[in-house]
Design a protein around this ligand. Structure first.
Ligand SMILES: Nc1ncnc2c1ncn2[C@@H]1O[C@H](COP(=O)(O)OP(=O)(O)OP(=O)(O)O)[C@@H](O)[C@H]1O
Ligand SMILES: [Mg+2]
Length: 509
């Protein structure tokens, strides 16, 4: 008989107006890496929150058996006590605290009521070594990149004697190198006997690392596949997720490229925290009507900083350079200026800049496009509702209605709200920063279709993405950025992953 460390049976979970999970089963073998796949809003995060006691016993129906015992977790303290630790989709570290403080937050190493700093830092260092973090334990979390922050989360989990580690989209915000390191670490933990459940939209990672995969669709279990015995390909997982085969990951795109619409020249931006450092260094680029242009670069290359500094100087100090719109020089000093000149920027960090989480979908969608919805200074609420409903349908935003609060949507559906908000401003130039992060394969196709349509209407779209296949499949032209400098400009027909990678890392071919 197979040795299962976890069995979840008949799990049903409802929120007001939403049946998030219906009669879900999940069986995880001891010591395996078990992936969970499904579309945005399928119920993956909810299932893991049920498992880890975020939604306590009594707030759902069904049974959980962990290591032979029936569980009734009243909260995450109970689940952690049993050895079940969850790392959420959105990281939950305190940026101003040190790595060591974060690892032992809520679980302090104390003696006679005082924190024992020697022990805290010493034990933190040992855990950090296990996850391959070579930082000083006293370094503030805000000073390390997201890849390393993810490792701090794992070190924190290890400090709790974890036996089942749940990772909800751990690599969504990581570059390829950091992702590869994290997957290696998970393999190492598996060798030590730690069972992992991982949620991911990156199906290449799922096929590379998982021993089994369970597919969820619309709150129900579709199937569990065994990687060793079933012939599991990415296409196989996709057809389970969306209920049909997806022949092509990118919609066809016939570019009709027109006049130059935006030109940026000699753009230089300095870091606000280290004003001597140039984050963007004399960058120049042009966008033409009808064109989809990619911006490739590694983490820290300055892609987001370039976009944000152009978009109303929302990043950086001592910004210099010239911007031309339709051939004429323009000044953009604020976000209002940027919107007024027909620019839009959909952020990668939806929680911090993109959305008001306590407000509903329609208000978030209309936030940047209010002038279009206002009549004599008043927002036409019926029109606001109609427009938002239109986006809900065309973007396939999964929610009971446009009056649903955005903070309660699944991660991918929040991303769709950010995109809707900026598309509504009908910009001439739309800058999309990691537009498909955390988005499922089916919804990616929808978003690519929308990008194509916008270009077809004569707008220019600048796409920032860490996924090179996405840039290659979508863009007419791609710029590469390396350490703040534009190092290359490659037409679609000449672009390959290798060529882009060279330009992104070495700054030359
Ligand atoms: N606290 C909540 N209140 C109301 N509805 C919720 C809440 N949390 C989740 N939902 C709804 O439950 C459904 C499942 O959401 P869940 O976050 O589990 O999806 P997911 O599979 O993790 O998606 P994603 O891949 O986008 O992260 C969605 O329709 C979501 O809007
Ligand atoms: Mg989720």
């Amino acid at each position: 008989m197979t040795d299962h460390i976890l069995r979840m049976n008949g799990i049903t979970k409802t929120f007001p107006g939403v049946k998030a999970l219906q009669d879900v089963t999940l069986s995880v073998r001891r010591g395996e890496i078990h992936a969970i796949c499904g579309e945005n809003g399928a119920g993956k995060s909810t299932l893991m929150k049920v498992l880890s006691g975020v939604y306590p016993h009594g707030s759902y129906d069904g049974e959980i058996h962990f290591d032979g015992a029936r569980c009734a977790f009243g909260g995450i303290r109970d689940s952690e006590h049993a050895g079940v630790v969850i790392i959420h989709q959105e990281l939950a570290l305190c940026p101003q605290l040190s790595i060591a403080e974060n690892i032992f937050l809520g679980n302090e190493r104390a003696r006679r009521g005082l924190i024992d700093w020697n022990r805290t830092n010493h034990e933190a260092a040992r855990l950090m070594e296990r996850v391959g973090l070579r930082e000083n334990p006293t370094t503030a979390v805000s000073d390390i990149g997201v890849g390393k922050q993810q490792l701090v989360e794992i070190a924190k989990a290890l400090s709790k004697e974890v036996r089942l580690l749940i990772l909800d989209e751990p690599t969504a915000a990581l570059n390829d190198d950091d992702s590869a390191h994290l997957l290696d670490l998970l393999r190492g933990l598996r060798d030590e006997g730690i069972t992992c459940v991982i949620i991911s939209h990156k199906l290449n990672e799922v096929t590379a690392i998982a021993d089994s995969v369970t597919i969820i669709r619309d709150g129900r279990t579709v199937e569990t596949l065994d990687m060793a015995t079933d012939d599991v390909t990415e296409d196989r997982i996709i057809s389970g997720m969306v209920g049909r085969a997806l022949d092509n990951r990118f919609p066809p795109h016939e570019p009709a490229i027109g006049e130059e619409v935006l030109r940026i020249e000699d753009w230089t931006v300095h870091s606000p925290s280290q004003p001597g450092r140039k984050v963007v260094d004399r960058a120049s680029l042009t966008l033409r009507r009808g064109e989809i242009v990619g911006l490739a670069g590694l983490m820290g290359a300055g892609r987001t900083e370039l976009a944000m500094s152009v978009f109303g100087r929302t990043y950086g100090v001592r910004v210099s350079g010239r911007i031309f719109k339709d051939g004429r020089p323009i000044e953009i000093r604020t976000v209002q200026d940027a919107i007024g000149h027909g620019l839009a920027y959909a952020t990668e960090d939806r929680k911090r800049y993109g959305l008001n989480l306590i407000d509903d979908i329609k208000r978030n969608v209309s936030a940047a496009g209010l002038p279009r919805l206002a009549r004599r200074g008043w927002v036409d609420e019926r029109e606001e509702y109609r427009v938002a409903e239109g986006f809900r349908a065309s973007m396939n935003i999964k929610a009971p209605g446009v009056s649903s609060v955005v903070g309660k949507l699944s991660g991918g559906n929040q991303q769709k709200v950010v995109l809707s908000k900026w598309i509504l401003t009908e910009p001439d130039v739309l800058i999309l920063d990691e537009p498909t992060r955390g988005i499922d394969v089916g919804a990616k196709y929808e978003i690519y279709t929308i990008i194509n349509r916008l270009a077809g209407e004569g707008r220019a779209v600048l796409v920032i993405s860490s996924e090179l296949p996405e840039l290659l499949g979508l863009c007419d032209r791609i710029y590469t950025l390396c350490e703040g400098r534009v190092t290359g400009e490659v037409a679609r027909r000449d672009a390959t992953q290798e060529r882009l990678m060279h330009l992104m890392t070495k700054g030359q071919e």
